[in-house]
Design a protein around this ligand. Structure first.
Ligand SMILES: Nc1nc2c(ncn2[C@@H]2O[C@H](COP(=O)(O)OP(=O)(O)O)[C@@H](O)[C@H]2O)c(=O)[nH]1
Ligand SMILES: [Mg+2]
Length: 364
């Protein structure tokens, strides 16, 4: 699918630690700022209990889980928009990501330097978001300079509409809001899309908490939401624990989680939320040879979804045989679903739904 979620935040907040936990890779972390000079990129498997249930029923010889990409973006600092830290290079990397996991340091550790001296999650969030806003304002100022004259003379429709959109976004940013809060018409949105505004990207806040605070996670989340707005997505995670967990076998991990009295790690929750933030959904193929989850973008039609598996499937697409996941579980086998009349044959215009189980019919 080519979409990537960027991990972003001040230095030494645990971004690379989180990246390692997510990808099970081993990128270097350190107690000193700016260790990550080059962005780390890795794939993350999407946990899905539905696939687990399908596997229990079908008992295939092989199981493959879909994945998507995370990027651990190198070095943001206060002043990045003026060239501090890795400066502009950093901002260019952020422009390329499709959603942002904004990591915020909540853990205390005297051995790990805090760039601003003290633990202050809400203050840090403001610092980072302000840098993103400055970068966007910079882009807007340059563009407005170029098109203002044309727009004011009402020379052509597009520049008038673009000017209006940019002015709206500029105003929001100057009021301390994100570009994503601005309601644009479809036309305006498409005119400003190419600027890839940083504050327009969907964002989830990841509070990196101490092990001792796991029990208090909800309280912390609520405090942060109260300060930055209730409609923001916020999760709490202990990156360090998650990194340790990611190195355990599934069996040991389950025991560890049982000890903590939880069934799912917050890491899984973060992966699912980010997947959703990117507008991604899942369909399944379920054969005796292999059961597999596949990723598609919300709104994709049947031939495009076939193309996710293989470009030949898209080119030669005829029909998609579809069974909804809930029906499959309810009736217990494909045969019984068919007998109950819940099996569908869909054509080119069918918009795939999250959880569809499918077999593509194609002709080459
Ligand atoms: N105590 C504690 N240390 C952490 C945690 N997460 C990261 N660290 C440590 O903080 C330092 C910076 O982490 P790193 O992932 O490199 O931060 P980055 O600069 O944001 O990529 C490393 O020494 C990590 O081991 C945590 O949850 N608790
Ligand atoms: Mg790092």
């Amino acid at each position: 699918m080519g979409l990537t979620a960027g991990i972003l935040g001040l230095p030494n907040v645990g971004k690379t630690t989180l990246f390692n936990a997510l990808t099970k890779l081993d990128a270097p972390t350190s107690a000193f700022p700016y260790t990550t000079q080059e962005s780390n990129i890795g794939a993350v498997e999407v946990p899905d209990e539905r696939l687990d249930r399908i596997v229990e029923i079908v008992k295939p010889r092989n199981v493959v889980r879909t994945s998507f990409q995370f990027t651990d973006v190198a070095g943001l600092a206060e002043g990045a928009s003026h060239g501090e830290g890795l400066g502009n290079q950093f901002l260019a990397h952020i422009r390329e990501v499709d959603a942002i996991c904004h990591v915020v340091r909540c853990f205390k550790d005297d051995n790990v330097a805090h760039v601003n001296g003290a633990i202050d999650p809400v203050g840090d969030i403001e610092v980072v978001n302000l840098e993103l806003a400055f970068a966007d304002l910079d882009v807007i100022a340059k563009r407005i300079e170029k098109i203002e004259k044309k727009a004011k003379m009402k020379a052509d429709h597009d520049s008038v509409a673009e000017y209006e959109a940019l002015t709206l976004i500029k105003q929001a940013l100057e009021d301390g809001k994100m570009a994503s809060s601005v309601k644009l018409t479809d036309e305006q949105a498409s005119l400003v899309r190419n600027f890839s505004f940083l504050t327009m990207k969907p964002m989830i806040y990841v509070l990196n908490i101490s092990e001792d605070d796991i029990a208090n996670a909800d309280k912390l989340i609520n405090e942060v939401k109260k300060a930055i707005g209730e409609d923001n997505k916020v999760v709490a995670i202990s990156a360090k624990i998650e990194e340790e967990l990611s190195k355990l076998s599934d069996e040991d991990k389950e025991m560890f989680l049982a000890d903590l009295g939880i069934s799912e790690t917050s890491l899984n929750l973060l992966v699912k939320e980010t997947y959703d933030l990117l507008g991604l959904q899942t369909f399944f193929t379920a054969g005796e040879k292999e059961c597999r989850s596949w990723t598609f973008k919300k709104g994709m039609k049947a031939p495009q979804c076939a193309g996710v598996i293989h470009s030949d499937f898209e080119r030669g697409f005829i029909k998609a045989e579809i069974v909804a996941y809930d029906d499959f579980i309810k009736y217990g086998s494909l045969q019984k679903v068919k007998e109950a009349g819940k099996f569908r044959l869909e054509g080119k215009e069918y918009v795939f739904q999250d959880g569809d189980m499918t077999i593509f019919r194609f002709n080459l």
